[in-house]
Design a protein. Structure first.
Length: 614
């Protein structure tokens, strides 16, 4: 593949707004000059992920990642640089020659990775299962089942639904392709007998492909077509290198765009609920892998929206699952949660098919608050004709109301309970105040002792930031910032004989900047970022550019930075080395050497002070 010319890269970058791209993955809020949101690269409660629309860069003040729009997609979707350029071009309908599709070396390396090969195996399985469903007699019963459930051909095609027949076909399919045996073992698509032979895990099941955030198939969920009491109705892939059920939300890759267009995320209980809702025009439906929502899934939802509607089945297990979901959101996010209780014990799929999209959206429109749901849920647990049960209900109801942050809302619900049971509000208020105070103390303790419990992709040591710069590095960062943004200062420093930055990374950025200015007359951090391939250097460039330097620079400011770098830095290094030698002399008891080193250190300190101007 041909390398993408620099002018083509800059043409693509300059025609896209980084905010439009990032907003598809992160919920951003304006704060001052920049927009902020929860970082998509690590778990956090307080937004530290910043996007500068003026500079067209992103920067996380917590984990240190930063760069332009290409770097964002490369980090988030594990793309090569050419793939990121092509994806940005596609977003803006910019024609890009096919010869620039990928970097051959990087693409080859990625395609040889185990994760890539496992995803490729899953995509091949999707193709086979789908073909069996729609094109063969073996798949006819499964196709009729899906049609009976109200799915159209278009929907079946969109979700690439398939069928794994009783006749095991997947293993022979891959054997014919001579697919590596160990890869097949790791895929989760096969079971293994005592002899070490592999056989299809999914048999006589309608197949639902499970995609990750990037739209790549990483697992399957299979529903039994015929009732078999000794087998589970639904069978999911086991966890593999590419699939962790705690981190996956069904349909999030497709629903994200609708959710970012201010549609509420609708959390549904089953895959068919999501698919049926999508077919009916409700495109923001997602589902967890089972009814127990995990911390990881809650965090993924909170990154892209601040509102979620939970609509599980109307039966008792579904209502219990809603209660668990409310607790998960309350403990792990500040998302506004509303609850849809589907009437007549129907699940959302059945309700939509029987009564239509409009009536379901009316349920969404009038969704209940978590407090309303929990109070109604509690009532079903007690015989309210009994004074004992009524007292127990009131006690638990006060515990629920105490969780509400708003004093006004707490008072409204307190009035409601007092009136409903003809109990003194003053009596209830005293108890409520105690419970509220306890909750607030606990919340403060939790916030102060919060430890992320979600696994994130590790960064290389060189990429871990926030940086703790020493005096020299701080001066180098400020000087390089001034040089990049003011070409007169660039020329002045460049004219200093034998000038070099002390820190290796700053010096490397300086050298890369020299190459940049041979091609461009003016500095642009987003453009410059495209010229840097190392993650650590890209992050350093963004961090330097993010320094808040007040006003214009002065000659004395620049002279002070240069003096510190040229004259004081070597002395500081010598002092550090001498102190290390002194420590060694103390360890071995060499008194004479200790005296000599102490004298040298004092002399160097005097020399450092004599040249101190910063």
């Amino acid at each position: 593949m041909a390398m993408i010319p620099e002018e083509v890269i800059e043409q693509v970058r300059s025609q896209v707004n980084i905010v439009d791209v990032v907003s598809q993955y992160v919920q951003l809020t304006q704060s001052g000059k920049n927009l902020f949101g929860l970082c998509p690269f690590h778990e956090e409660r307080t937004p530290s992920f910043s996007v500068s629309e003026d500079k067209q860069i992103f920067h996380c003040f917590s984990c240190g990642r930063g760069g332009n729009v290409f770097k964002f997609l490369m980090e988030l979707e594990n793309l090569t640089f050419p793939e990121a350029v092509r994806k940005v071009a596609d977003l803006q309908n910019i024609h890009l020659d096919e010869k620039y599709a990928s970097d051959g070396n990087q693409q080859s390396k990625r395609e040889n990775s185990v994760a890539f090969q496992l995803m490729d195996i899953h995509e091949q399985a999707v193709t086979l299962y789908h073909h069996i469903l729609v094109n063969t007699e073996l798949g006819q019963p499964a196709l009729e089942y899906l049609k009976h459930r109200g799915l159209t051909d278009e929907t079946i095609e969109k979700y690439h639904l398939g069928f794994a027949p009783g006749q095991r076909l997947l293993k022979p399919f891959f054997d014919e392709k001579k697919t590596d045996f160990q890869l097949l073992r790791k895929s989760g698509l096969f079971s293994e007998n005592d002899n070490g032979d592999l056989y299809d895990r999914f048999v006589d099941r309608v197949m639902f492909p499970i995609r990750n955030d990037n739209g790549k198939t990483v697992a399957f969920s299979g529903r039994l077509l015929s009732k078999q009491p000794d087998l589970p109705k639904y069978l999911n892939s086991p966890e593999t290198e590419i699939f962790n059920k705690r981190k996956v939300l069904f349909n999030l890759d497709s629903a994200r765009l609708s959710i970012r267009k201010n549609e509420p995320a609708i959390l549904l209980e089953g895959f068919m609920d999501v698919i049926s809702a999508d077919q009916a025009g409700i495109h923001s439906g997602i589902a967890s892998m089972g009814t127990s929502l995990t911390d990881e899934q809650v965090y993924d939802i909170s990154r892209i929206t601040n509102e979620v509607v939970v609509s599980y089945d109307g039966d008792t297990p579904g209502q219990k699952a809603i209660k668990r979901a409310i607790d998960s959101f309350a403990n792990n996010s500040k998302i506004a949660v509303k609850i849809v209780t589907v009437p007549d014990n129907l699940d959302p799929d059945e309700f939509i098919r029987q009564r239509g999209t409009d009536q379901f959206m009316e349920l969404v429109k009038h969704a209940a608050s978590p407090i309303d749901f929990e109070l109604n849920y509690l009532k079903k647990q007690y015989n309210l004709e009994s004074e004992v049960d009524s007292g127990n209900y009131i006690s638990e109801a006060l515990t629920v109301i105490a969780k509400e942050a708003s004093p006004i809302t707490r008072d409204l619900y307190l009035n409601k309970v007092a009136s409903e049971f003809n109990v003194s509000k003053e009596l209830l208020s005293s108890r409520l105040e105690t419970l509220t105070a306890t909750n607030q103390r606990q919340q403060s303790h939790d916030d102060n002792n919060y430890q992320p419990n979600i696994a994130v992709a590790p960064m290389n040591r060189s990429e871990q930031v926030s940086r703790k710069w020493n005096l020299i590095q701080f001066a180098e960062a400020r000087l390089l910032n001034r040089m990049l943004h003011d070409h007169d200062i660039w020329l002045k420093v460049q004219g200093i004989e034998n000038f070099a930055f002390v820190d290796e990374e700053f010096q490397m950025l300086y050298l890369l900047s020299e190459g940049y200015f041979t091609k461009f007359d003016e500095y642009n951090v987003a453009t410059m970022s495209s010229f840097i391939t190392e993650n650590a250097l890209q992050s350093l460039l963004v961090e330097i550019d993010s320094l808040d330097l007040a006003g214009d620079s002065t000659d004395s400011e620049i002279d002070d930075y240069v003096n510190l770098i040229i004259n004081r830095a070597p002395v500081i290094d010598k002092i550090a080395n001498k102190r290390q030698e002194l420590q060694e002399a103390v360890t071995i008891g060499d008194v004479q050497r200790q005296r000599q080193l102490t004298i040298e250190i004092v002399q160097l300190e005097q020399k450092k002070q004599a040249g101190k101007h910063v």
